[in-house]
Design a protein around this ligand. Structure first.
Ligand SMILES: C[S@@+](CC[C@H](N)C(=O)[O-])C[C@H]1O[C@@H](n2cnc3c(N)ncnc32)[C@H](O)[C@@H]1O
Ligand SMILES: Nc1nc2[nH]cc(C(=O)O)c2c(=O)[nH]1
Ligand code: SF4
Ligand SMILES: [Mg+2]
Length: 208
């Protein structure tokens, strides 16, 4: 199966512990928790997604080296620093595999992944961000950061605090209630200092 990509772009990581760092984003098509169609949103397992991941608009790649080269071409104007590719989606772990990780490494990338935690990780990932979803079994219980969209009905953040992550972030759920959700996440972090508030910097700054 070729790797299907929705978009690739150069921006600043807007979320989590690496917020503010320049990176190439590689957004894979497709997700196991929502079809991506608005008409299916209410019956989806994950109902609050802020992303269009439908369609291989940035290409389908049979050879992982071609995908890695396309991603690196977006970094090529940058001077210094360590090249970072952030694999997201959709759900990147439906497609990212050891071969593609090897190809990213071969062109010089450090590899970060944003995942919903329902799929096993493949070897080669350098930074793993897991964002658990209500009603989806969490298969990946360790990583670099756990980033919980908050609030999610039926999800108590304390469920996750014993897991083996270096950072724990609450990210206010974007949408109609983002202002109230930001207040709620702020109050939660003030009461539970193990959690840090993470705002989506790219949305605040108008970046991609
Ligand atoms: C679009 S998802 C793609 C990666 C993966 N499927 C996942 O859910 O982690 C990227 C990040 O955006 C977060 N996210 C999605 N919709 C959001 C929303 N409405 N408000 C805040 N964060 C959101 C996800 O939880 C995840 O951390
Ligand atoms: N700038 C920027 N930072 C991001 N961090 C995670 C993103 C995602 O959609 O996974 C994202 C995104 O879409 N844009
Ligand atoms: S799991 Fe991630 S990509 Fe899939 S619908 Fe939820 S937020 Fe969107
Ligand atoms: Mg996004």
């Amino acid at each position: 199966m070729p790797y299907a990509t929705k978009e690739m772009f150069y921006s600043l990581q807007g979320e989590g512990a690496q917020a503010g760092r320049a990176a190439v984003f590689c957004r894979f098509t497709g997700c196991n928790l929502w079809s991506g169609r608005d008409s299916d949103r209410e019956k989806a397992i994950c109902k609050f997604c802020d992303t269009d991941f439908v369609g291989a608009d940035a290409g389908s790649f049979t050879d992982p080296n071609d995908l890695a080269a396309a991603a690196m071409s977006l970094w090529s104007h940058a001077e210094g620093g360590r090249p970072l590719v952030i694999c997201t989606g959709g759900e990147p772990l439906l497609q990212l595999d050891e071969k593609l990780c090897a190809a990213f490494h071969a062109v010089g990338f450090e590899i970060a992944v944003e995942t919903n935690g329902t799929q096993p990780r493949c070897p080669g990932i350098d930074w793993l961000c897991v964002s658990p979803k209500a009603n989806a079994p969490l298969q990946v219980a360790e990583g670099d950061e756990l980033k919980l969209v908050f609030p999610q009905p039926g999800v108590d953040p304390q469920r996750f605090v014993g897991l083996a992550f270096k950072h724990f972030f609450l990210q206010p759920m974007d949408g109609d209630d983002v202002a109230a959700n930001t207040v709620a996440a702020t109050e939660y972090c003030l009461k539970h200092p193990q959690w840090r508030l993470g705002l989506q910097l790219h949305k605040i700054l108008g970046l991609r």
